[in-house]
Design a binder for this molecule. Structure first.
Ligand code: PMP
Length: 349
């Protein structure tokens, strides 16, 4: 018998495999496509870069992020997707057995990463306000005694945002690191916490090139925090988690394609609200959202999701979400895609 790790015995392989559909609204990417400069970089420089290792610790990418985020290079860490930055942070700051707390529901990879690092994931229900405006249960999160508290805002899958006051209270009182995942912040009205990452010693903000920047296939994410936090995350990650091509394209996108990204995000948000109107007309009540997606409570979500797939529309199905129940998460982008989703839903419901 090969002595595998005990910790892993009951952990299933996370399998995002999905049936290909013509209209895929299941992963909140930029449905308008990839940034324009990517094409040039890949055609003109891509091949030349292949035979060399990337520079360790992605110095060009860090400089581009620092300029874009208006922080010092020493405040920046990067990873193979923001997934990787989150995973490295858990390993960097916690010992096996330590508690990681997070609002529930939230990004599904967080409890999984915690378990894979022999940490103890402790979900704390998002507090439901009067109009389903979900905010953080600050006291509940602190009461877990967690050495790392993860907060996602705008939150996946609800789309809801944490209030500035709640986040600040959490950061003031948390005994360890507060990791603020802002994968969807480009779609939100404000709610950017980079200033806290710059000024508070216990805040790490993570961001990604996968969503608004349209580069999910590149696997590039980044984090901002105090230089001492960042140095620990860099240790956990090691030097070579980027490809030369990924770094080059991410640099050009952050430098040349910000206006393009903002235009895509604005259109996604406009269409999200138009989609909300269409869903309401079908008798559905989507949650308030500041991401590029809507979470729509729907009974028997699995069956509905399967029927949508038969009509070539893929959305993300959730069953039994805390405080929400069954729901569909619908990514937002060009209106013809939204119209296809609405048409299919009308047939299915
Ligand atoms: N955080 C959140 C909230 C997400 O929804 C996702 C992707 N679904 C990620 C992080 C990870 O994205 P990536 O690794 O592509 O940066």
């Amino acid at each position: 018998m090969i002595p595998f790790r005990d910790t892993y015995r009951d952990i299933p392989l996370y399998s995002p495999a999905k049936k290909p559909c013509r209209v895929d609204l299941s992963d909140n990417t930029n449905l308008f496509g990839a940034p324009p400069s990517a094409d040039r970089v890949l055609r003109e420089e891509g091949f030349l870069r292949l035979a060399r290792y990337p520079a360790g610790y992605a110095p060009d990418l860090k400089r581009a992020v620092a300029r874009y985020a208006d922080v010092a290079v020493e405040n920046v860490t990067t990873g193979c997707g923001s997934d990787d930055v989150i995973d490295c942070a858990l390993r960097a700051f916690l010992e096996p057995g330590d508690v990681v707390a997070f609002p529930d529901p939230t990004f599904v990879m967080v409890p999984l990463f915690a378990r894979l690092s022999a940490l103890k994931p402790v979900p704390v229900p998002l507090r439901a306000g009067s109009d389903l405006d979900l905010d953080l249960d600050v006291e509940g999160l602190l009461a877990t005694g967690a050495k790392l508290i993860y907060v996602c805002t705008p939150n996946n899958p609800t789309g809801t945002v944490a209030s500035r006051a709640a986040v600040e209270r959490l950061v003031d009182r948390a005994p360890g690191v507060v990791l603020i995942d802002q994968a969807y912040v480009e779609f939100a009205r404000g709610g950017d916490f980079l200033d806290l990452a710059r000024t508070r010693p216990n805040v790490l903000v993570t961001r990604t090139m996968s969503k608004a920047f349209g580069l999910a296939g590149l696997r590039v994410g980044w984090g901002v925090g105090s230089p001492s936090l960042v140095a620990e995350v860099e240790k956990a990650r090691g030097p070579y988690k980027h490809t030369t091509l990924g770094e080059a394209v991410a640099v050009s996108a952050l430098t040349e394609d910000v206006a393009w990204m903002e235009a895509c995000a604005a259109e996604a948000v406009e269409n999200r609200e138009r989609l909300r109107g269409g869903l309401k007309a079908l008798g559905l009540e989507p949650l308030p959202s500041e991401g590029n997606f809507l979470l729509v409570p729907v009974p028997e979500a699995r069956r509905v999701g399967e029927s949508l797939r038969e009509r070539n529309v893929n959305v993300r199905v959730f069953e039994g979400l805390t405080g929400v129940g069954d729901a569909l998460r619908i990514g937002c982008g060009p209106w013809p895609m939204m119209a296809s989703a609405l048409k299919a839903l009308k047939e299915v419901l």
